[in-house]
Design a protein around this ligand. Structure first.
Ligand SMILES: NC(=O)c1ccc[n+]([C@@H]2O[C@H](COP(=O)([O-])OP(=O)(O)OC[C@H]3O[C@@H](n4cnc5c(N)ncnc54)[C@H](OP(=O)(O)O)[C@@H]3O)[C@@H](O)[C@H]2O)c1
Length: 200
């Protein structure tokens, strides 16, 4: 398969890219580096990426930003920025990508444990993750040409534990192998409309 991994140089995406590179052709994408340049918060940037890149069998997104802060500090723009980046960015990958991805191909999005088990300061992040789960379940059955759509919802990943562990009291970081396997299950399996939870 020829696979675009958006965020393929990030904490999660780097590990996912390593795994898929063993068996597939991988193109990493991001705003500041990688094989392709894309900003998923801009629909035009997503369209340009698909116009420039032919024969894509799978798209994985491990990207998207959301503001973390206590509820009383979060302004409307903070919510809207997360919606524009992590939520609509990933929705637009599906909406625009459906015309370009090869028949029987797939899109795999990323949400996170905060949808089900929020911690302090995450009302904006949890909101977006929950919306992604609902979007995937509702949109997947309507995709044409055998396209599949899933979302991987990981807990705090082991490679990010040193940076973010203090914000997740009592959470056990998820081994990277299990996180990566969530993406493998989505891309190489046959399920669609699934929220693939990897919390342990
Ligand atoms: N880390 C965790 O424990 C964890 C757990 C569950 C879920 N997640 C979710 O998994 C995803 C990846 O997390 P991560 O920890 O790997 O993040 P990360 O280390 O910050 O990496 C994110 C990557 O995405 C790219 N990116 C960010 N915004 C983008 C945009 N608008 N358009 C295109 N590329 C963009 C960045 O590259 P550029 O800056 O070059 O664009 C970077 O390579 C996020 O949605 C996160 O919420 C993470």
């Amino acid at each position: 398969m020829r696979i675009i991994i958006i965020g393929g140089r990030g904490t999660v995406g780097k590990r996912v890219a390593e795994r898929f590179s063993r068996h597939h052709e991988v193109l990493t994408a991001g705003r500041s580096g990688g094989d392709l340049r894309v900003d998923i918060s801009e629909a035009g940037s997503i369209a340009a990426m698909f116009h420039e890149t032919k024969n894509i069998d799978a798209v994985i997104c491990a990207a998207g930003e959301v503001r973390w802060d206590i509820f009383e500090n979060l302004a409307e723009d903070d919510y809207l920025n997360g919606i524009r980046s992590k939520l609509m960015g990933q929705v637009n990958l599906v909406r625009i990508g459906q015309e370009f991805i090869t028949e029987g191909g797939s899109v795999t999005l990323s949400s996170g444990i905060l949808a089900d088990d929020p911690v302090a300061m995450t009302s904006a992040a949890a909101q977006v993750n929950g919306a992604l789960h609902s979007f995937v379940r509702a949109a997947a059955p309507e995709l044409k040409r055998g396209l599949r759509l899933n979302v991987v919802s990981a807990g705090l990943v082991a490679d990010a534990a040193a940076k973010y562990g203090e914000f997740f009291p009592g959470h056990d970081p998820v081994p990277m192998q299990r996180v990566v396997n969530g993406y493998v299950r989505s891309v190489e399996g046959y399920g669609s409309g699934e929220v693939i939870r990897v919390y342990q």
